[in-house]
Each structure stands twice: as structure tokens, then as C-alpha cells.
Design a protein around this ligand. Structure first.
Ligand code: ADP
Length: 551
């Protein structure tokens, strides 16, 4: 009897487990250990006994199909559709054709070489022949390289050389400069689902500077024209103090926003425009195959020009999570903590533990998944909406979380009686306790606070409040219970740490993303949103002018 309880205690108190593929960033391991997780041990553990699998390359479709309710994968199938430069260019071009260039003119004109060679020559010659127009600068980038490798900037076609597939893109030659240095933004975007489309942007991020002053007279100076840290950290000026910038080559978004505000720039509008770019870009790759319990962290590279127009340069798969400086540490560590929060584990781990306990010899409890009939289209291990409903009904079978909680009470009373000491109060044990404890009213309040409308979301707080209470996500035709929906109202959680929900942004967008993505309707909504944003900008400008003339 005592042995039975001991096994049960161990099962219930098992911490969350992460599984890392080789070359996964070290900080992922650090953060998860900080949170009290343990690392998966292939020799010791059952193949499904983990909660998060992190790898740098895509998962196999079989991994997606065999996913369990308590598990998450850090990649979405086919997310690479936008992270290769030529794929992205193609998708955006198609969207421009279908929905008008006005909405999609955030990406510099691009040609995929050698295929588009003739078209590029036509464009190049047209520019050269038009009187009074300064010929453009161009940037040539290998399609499947990253970190600034193999990049060339040119104005005269005789300087264009390439020996692999490249994109030749219009070079933004009037970038916003701070103290003469070029910069771009590394924006973190987390897509928790492509169907229904659910997008979060991270409010904190990295501003990456070139380390030598911008100069169109020296196009081959990579330290002046490229903002990649992987390049600039080898520059002679990297460690030096640079006036207006400081040492190194990075700022946080917070510092950048403060800088903009000092100069009277409407950073809110800038962020709204950037969020629009993110939504429009991700719409370009829909539909992706339906997959549950996975997420994709993208790194969007955004360049701002001297008129404060944001441009999309590229979208990165596996954005760098290495720590080159203390700013990296601050931003990326917090980002990872917030990602884990976004994955909404809470009590889901009890499912895994029950399953693992069930798969071991003693099947004292009836596993939740075996309750009720299953339909043939349900993949094994997937927790469907219907099953959730079953488990919430007056079923004689106790759902796993409840069963586990019941067991915890049993264990607690047993521990009181037993002469053995309490487990050590390690971070892990505290976390386990927190995970399994029923929510207090103040925790519930905090959750509500987390759902406050986002400052940088593309719609106003009034709009958010207006649309959120009505639709019911449970009616959505999705095959699995999405982890990113709040337990309370089954809607996407609006804010988790510094992650802010930017899509769906209103009721209509939500409806249009339910049964497959109705891109046309969503674009219509975005057009309305952009008009509103412009109108409010004009009103603000008028107000400011009015204020200035009245003083
Ligand atoms: P990589 O994947 O090699 O980092 P990017 O497209 O991100 O390639 O380009 C690297 C850097 O080059 C950017 O961070 C930016 O500083 C600069 N860059 C890229 N495209 C442009 C462009 N069209 N206009 C101006 N600068 C650009």
C-alpha cells in the first residue's frame, strides 16, 4: 500500500519536461531549468514523456500527427514558406497582385535571380532612362543564407555578380539614422496557430545598429550598411563608445521608443503599421497545414526609413537566441519565459503524468482519453473539442486534472501522517506546487489583468472590449482544443507577459479566420483598420497644430 502511494507521489510531483534537439540554443535549456523543468532523458523516459520539444529544424509530419495534449512543438509545419527570401518575395508579390500594391507596398521591390533577370533588366533600364531620376541602389542577397553572408550592394549593374539563387531587392537608401548610424528592428512574433490564425507580437525587442556611419559613397563597407550583429561584432568600432549609440550595437525597443518620444515621433502609429505588416505577411502564407499544439517564433526584420515608414526586410526562422551582450540576455531570457507562459501549461502536465502512470504497470486510474467513444478522424493522442465537452459533462469518469488533484489531497494527508520529511522547497517543488494548486481569487484577478488591451495592438482598447465578449471559439471547426485559448472564456488570451495578441483584432477578423482563413474578408477588415489609423493620425496632428497655434 505504502509503495503504491510512493509511486503515485512521484508521478504527480514530476516536473514539466523539455526535450532539446542537438544545437538547440543554450538559453532555452537555461530558462527551462530556471523554471524548474527537467530535461528529457531518452534512456530513462517513455518516448512521449515530455512537454516541450525544441529543435532548430522542422519536425516530421508524424511528430505533428502523434502529438499529445500535454505537448508542444516549437515549429509549425511548412513555416519555412515565408522564411526563405525567394519564397517570401513570391508570396508578397502574389498578394500585391491580388489585393493591391497600396496595402502590400511595405516590402521593397524584389527580383529572384536568375529567373527574373529579364524583368530586372527592364526595371533597371527604365529607371536609368527616366530623366531627372536618381538611379536606385540595389541589394543582392543569397536566398537561403542568413547573418548577412554573401550580401552585395550596388548601383551599377556591372557590379552585380552571383553564383547561386539570389534576390535583388531595392536598397532602402534613406534609412532612419541615429547619430549617423543605420539601424533595424528585430521583432519577435509568435504564431500559436495558423488555423485559426492567432498572432502575438513581442513588445520588447532588439534594435540592431551598424557600427560605422552610413555612407552611400562606400557601398562595400558592411559595417556601415548591414545591421547584423554577426557581422558588426567583428567590426573595429563594436566595442568602442559611439556617440549617441553607446558601446556595442544594440538597444532595446524600450530605449528606442523613449528616444522617438523625445523627438515627438508617434511611436504608437509606427507600431500599428508594423503590426499590420506582420499580419499581412502571415496572411500571405495561409493556409498552412492544420496542426495543433505547436507554435512558431519568427524574427521579423524591419527597417524604418527617414519618413518613419517601416519596411519588411525578411522573416527569420529560428531567430538567433545566442547571447552576445547583456541586452540580448535581458530581452531573450524574458522572451523565452514569456513563450513558456504563452504555451499555457498550467495543469496540462497532470494529463501527461496520468498517461505515463497509466502506461506503467499500475492502472489505478482510468485515463481520461479512454473515456467515451473516439471517432476515426481523431488522431491518437489529440484532445478534441468534443472530448473536452465529454469530460466536462456529468461523466462517471473523473477527468485527469481532477483525478490528479484528488490524488494530491490524498498524498498531502498521507505526508502529514508519515514520519518522512517534506520534499525540499526547491524552485522545482515550488513550481510543481503552484501548478497543481487551485487558483486563488487574486490569481484569477491577475489573469484578468493580463488580458488588458494591448497598447500596441492594431486596434484601440475600446474596439477590443467591444469584440471580445461575443463570439465563442468553441464553435470553431478545429480538431483539437487549442492551448492558447483562455480557460475562462475560450478565447485567445490577449496578453501574456510582453506578448500582445494582434490577430484576430476584431470580431469580423475572428469570424473570417474560423473555418479556414477567409483572406479576402480579413484584408477588407485590415483596410478599414488602416483608414481608421490614418484618420486618428490626422485628428491627432490637427489637435497638435491647434494646440501649437493656441499657445
Ligand atoms: P540576412 O538573412 O543575411 O540577415 P537580411 O535580408 O536580413 O539578410 O539583410 C541583412 C541586413 O542587410 C539587414 O539587417 C539590413 O541591415 C540590410 N538590408 C537588407 N535588405 C535591405 C534593403 N532592402 N534595404 C536596406 N538595407 C537592407
Amino acid at each position: 500500500m505504502a509503495d503504491d502511494y510512493e509511486t503515485e507521489t512521484q508521478d504527480i510531483l514530476k516536473p514539466l519536461v523539455f526535450r532539446l534537439h542537438e544545437n538547440a540554443p543554450a538559453i532555452v535549456r537555461e530558462v527551462l531549468l530556471e523554471r524548474g523543468w527537467t530535461e528529457f532523458d531518452q534512456k530513462e523516459q517513455d518516448d512521449t514523456d515530455w512537454n516541450l520539444y525544441w529543435r532548430n529544424s522542422p519536425f516530421r509530419m508524424t511528430d505533428h500527427h502523434s502529438i499529445k495534449p500535454w505537448q508542444r512543438l516549437n515549429h509549425y509545419p511548412e513555416a519555412v514558406r515565408i522564411t526563405r527570401k525567394d519564397y517570401l518575395a513570391r508570396h508578397l508579390k502574389r498578394m500585391k497582385g491580388a489585393y493591391g500594391s497600396a496595402l502590400y507596398e511595405f516590402s521593397p521591390v524584389a527580383f529572384i535571380m536568375p529567373n527574373d533577370y529579364v524583368k530586372f533588366i527592364a526595371e533597371y533600364s527604365k529607371e536609368r532612362q527616366s530623366v531627372g531620376r536618381r538611379p536606385s541602389y540595389w541589394i543582392c542577397k543569397p536566398v537561403d543564407l542568413s547573418r548577412g553572408r554573401g550580401i552585395l550592394i550596388f548601383q551599377d549593374i556591372k557590379d552585380l555578380v552571383y553564383d547561386c539563387t539570389v534576390i535583388v531587392q531595392k536598397y532602402i537608401s534613406n534609412p532612419l539614422l541615429i547619430s549617423g548610424y543605420k539601424l533595424d528592428l528585430r521583432l519577435y512574433v509568435c504564431v500559436t496557430s495558423f488555423c485559426p490564425l492567432t498572432i502575438y507580437t513581442y513588445e520588447e525587442g532588439l534594435v540592431r545598429f551598424a557600427t560605422e556611419k552610413f555612407d552611400l559613397g562606400s557601398l562595400d563597407n558592411v559595417y556601415a550598411h548591414l545591421t547584423n550583429t554577426s557581422i558588426n561584432k567583428y567590426g573595429a568600432s563594436y566595442k568602442k563608445y559611439k556617440e549617441g549609440i553607446g558601446c556595442g550595437c544594440k538597444w532595446t525597443f524600450s530605449k528606442f521608443r523613449s528616444y522617438l518620444r523625445i523627438f515627438g515621433v508617434d511611436d504608437l502609429l509606427l507600431w500599428q503599421k508594423i503590426n499590420n505588416i506582420v499580419i499581412l505577411t502571415l496572411l500571405a502564407v495561409t493556409p498552412l497545414p492544420v496542426a495543433s499544439n505547436c507554435f512558431e517564433l519568427f524574427g521579423f526584420d524591419i527597417l524604418i526609413d527617414d519618413k518613419f515608414k517601416p519596411w519588411l526586410l525578411e522573416v527569420n526562422y529560428n531567430p538567433a537566441l545566442c547571447l552576445d551582450c547583456s541586452i540580448d540576455d535581458t530581452v531573450k531570457r524574458r522572451l523565452l519565459h514569456d513563450i513558456v507562459e504563452l504555451l499555457n501549461y498550467k495543469e496540462i502536465d497532470t494529463l501527461r503524468q496520468n498517461e505515463m502512470a497509466g502506461s506503467k504497470a499500475v492502472r489505478r486510474r482510468v485515463p481520461w482519453r479512454t473515456a467515451g467513444p473516439s471517432t476515426p478522424e481523431e488522431a491518437p493522442g489529440l484532445l478534441t473539442c468534443r472530448k473536452v465537452a465529454t469530460s466536462n459533462s456529468a461523466s462517471p469518469v473523473q477527468p485527469a486534472p481532477k483525478a490528479a488533484r484528488g490524488s494530491i489531497h490524498k498524498v498531502a494527508s498521507l505526508t502529514k501522517k508519515s514520519v518522512r520529511a517534506h520534499p525540499r522547497k526547491t524552485l522545482t517543488s515550488q513550481l510543481r506546487e503552484k501548478m497543481n494548486r487551485p487558483k486563488t481569487s487574486s490569481q484569477a484577478k491577475n489573469e484578468d489583468k493580463n488580458k488588458l488591451p494591448a497598447v500596441h495592438s492594431p486596434c484601440s482598447s475600446a474596439q477590443l472590449n467591444h469584440w471580445l465578449p461575443t463570439p465563442d471559439f468553441r464553435n470553431c471547426k478545429i480538431s483539437t482544443h487549442p492551448y492558447f485559448l483562455s480557460d475562462k472564456d475560450q478565447r485567445p488570451i490577449r496578453r501574456v507577459g510582453d506578448f500582445v495578441l494582434i490577430f484576430p483584432f476584431n470580431e469580423a477578423a475572428l469570424q473570417a479566420s474560423r473555418d479556414g482563413t477567409d483572406v479576402k474578408s480579413i484584408i477588407k477588415e485590415i483596410n478599414k483598420l488602416v483608414s481608421k489609423q490614418l484618420l486618428s493620425k490626422q485628428q491627432n496632428t490637427k489637435k497638435r497644430v491647434g494646440y501649437l497655434t493656441s499657445v
